[in-house]
Design a protein around this ligand. Structure first.
Ligand SMILES: [Zn+2]
Length: 148
């Protein structure tokens, strides 16, 4: 097979080689909030996941799964699992999330609880999927930290 990074052979070659692999390690479920995009992209790069994960971006991340109205998200998980052989889900809620009405009392713990419940739901449907929970904390000045 052609070297997928041999740009001398043209962009088409690279795309085809890349598409033939067709597996990815992970699915990331994060909030759609556009303000988090640059930070999430950097985090994915640091984790070596950029180009190796399906991305599901919905308001509140775990919210719909946790509230039992996540059929759309379950469908994305199922496609990723079957089509891309994904075997790790990264749940990524963030504090001060508008989908939850902004900062909740005991905000960080609430999000940890929501992600823990979502992890159990996933484990009951997909026991062979590893779940990683990452909380993005957004400070009063917009400073971001990662709790893994
Ligand atoms: Zn949000």
């Amino acid at each position: 097979m052609a070297d997928p990074f041999d740009f001398a052979q043209g962009r088409g070659c690279w795309l085809i080689a890349n598409f033939m692999a067709h597996n990815c390690s992970s699915l990331v479920l994060h909030c759609m909030d556009f303000r988090l995009q640059p930070a999430i992209r950097r985090w994915l790069e640091q984790q070596n996941l950029l180009g190796d994960c399906d991305v599901v971006s919905v308001a509140g991340a775990c919210k719909d799964l946790d509230e039992g109205v996540g059929d759309f998200i379950w469908k994305q998980i199922d496609i990723s699992y079957r089509l891309h052989n994904m075997r790790q889900i990264i749940l990524m809620n963030h504090t001060d999330c508008g989908a939850y009405g902004g900062r909740m009392p005991d905000d960080e713990n609430k999000h940890q609880e929501i992600m823990a419940r979502t992890e159990k739901l996933i484990a009951s449907k997909y026991p062979d999927i590893k779940v990683k929970k990452v909380l993005v904390t957004v400070g009063e000045q917009g400073e971001i930290e990662w709790q893994e």
